[in-house]
Design a binder for this molecule. Structure first.
Ligand code: NAG
Ligand code: NAG
Ligand code: NAG
Length: 359
């Protein structure tokens, strides 16, 4: 029990952007003692501490994916999760902030859903709407089974991912800190929703054949989570197509509307961003220089690629400041041979290559 609490606490502190305080570790009234939780978050914590462990895993999933997608870019997503200051580093309501919120929220929904299916969370399990008993054999082909295949009888079976629980949990917890009701919190809420909804959109249908020697007389199908990489890739496409918005005051408070380019024809009707689009309020800084105020680290000293084109190239990454070239020598095992019996003997080979870092 203590071990679980300890682990949960570490995740929670991390989620809530506060440093580990050792005196909390042995606390039995865990949720009541964690500073920085909003009342709804505190209540959720009390109801389902096991889901919060999954939430922590989801955050990590989001962080790794974000860093993978932006590897080599000027903004590379490291400082966002690196320290315990998720929200506050994203001072600027930029396109990058939109991606970070969406992937964090998708990670949370994904990990909670996966934990439900593993049986790690007491309050959820498999999606009961896709249960064997409730659907009788049908001659339709399962959604992802491919329309080109001949129709075969199939039924729901196995454990379908309960993505609705995961999404609901992620929404309750992640959205619970956007309390300001200003343009920025509307932006965060919109991107949070786009992220977690994408998990549901990308659910796949997996099927298994039954019958004598794989003759597929009958198929059992279930909904399963796609690899998280697919979600990261799709969000990256959405990042490139993200829309600028601003807030206007409507009858029921602030709303986000699409900002138009100056030259575009002025229509009187405002248009709303689509639910699955990423939105942002401010242009991105160029991320070239270090600035505490902007929350940017700059690109001095970053490794760049002098043959590549695109964001990783020395031209773009170094912002035109130029780069240093360094000869690196290292020795490596080579010409390995197997000697009877049982040894492997290798030579040491010298290898040299160049490394380029931004000035
Ligand atoms: C979740 O499930 C996995 C595999 O079933 C298990 O190894 C792990 O300890 C569980 N974690 C928690 C926190 O229950
Ligand atoms: C990401 O950028 C930061 C700051 O520019 C740098 O310190 C870090 O090494 C970079 N990480 C990777 C994986 O390139
Ligand atoms: C640099 O870019 C080239 C071309 O895209 C690529 O083939 C090469 O592997 C890259 N080098 C490094 C060190 O990433």
């Amino acid at each position: 029990m203590w071990k679980i609490h300890n682990k949960l606490l570490i995740y929670l502190l991390w989620i809530m952007e506060i440093r580990l305080v050792s005196s909390f570790v042995q606390s039995s009234k865990l949720c009541g003692r964690i500073p920085g939780l909003t009342p709804p978050q505190r209540q959720l914590c009390g109801e389902t501490p096991d889901a919060l462990i999954a939430l922590g895993e989801g955050y990590q999933l989001g962080a790794h994916e974000c860093q993978y997608q932006f590897r080599g870019h000027r903004w590379n997503c490291t400082q966002v999760w690196q320290r315990n200051v998720f929200a506050h580093v994203m001072h600027i309501a930029s396109r990058e902030a939109a991606y970070a919120y969406a992937i964090a929220s998708a990670g949370a929904a994904y990990a909670v859903t996966a934990a439900c299916a593993r049986g790690n969370i007491t309050m959820c399990g498999c999606d009961v709407r896709h249960k064997a008993a409730e659907t009788t054999a049908s001659t339709k082909v399962a959604a992802a089974g491919g329309a080109s295949q001949p129709a075969e009888p199939w039924k729901w079976g196995g454990c379908s991912a309960d993505v609705d629980f995961g999404m609901r949990f992620a929404r309750k917890f992640m959205d619970a800190r956007e309390l300001e009701h200003d343009a920025r919190s509307l932006m965060n809420l919109h991107n949070n929703r786009a992220g977690r909804t994408l998990v549901k959109k990308l659910l796949r249908t997996d099927c298994k054949c039954h019958g004598v020697s794989g003759s597929c007389v009958m198929k059992t199908c279930w909904k399963s989570l796609p690899p998280f990489r697919l979600i990261g890739d799709r969000l990256m496409q959405k990042y490139h197509k993200a829309k600028t918005v601003h807030a206007i005051r409507g009858k029921r408070g602030l709303k986000l509307v699409l900002s138009r380019r100056k030259h575009a024809a002025q229509k009187s009707q405002p248009s709303w961003p689509k639910r699955m689009e990423l939105v942002y309020l401010q242009p991105s800084p160029n991320y070239c220089e270090r600035s505490v105020q902007m929350g940017t680290l700059g690109t001095v000293g970053r490794l760049c690629n002098h043959t590549a084109h695109g964001p990783q190239s020395c031209d773009l990454l170094c912002c035109g400041r130029g780069y240093n070239t360094q000869q690196i020598r290292r020795s490596r095992q080579c010409r390995c041979q197997f000697r009877w019996c049982c040894q492997v003997e290798c030579d040491a080979c010298e290898e040299s290559y160049e490394e380029f870092t931004c000035k």
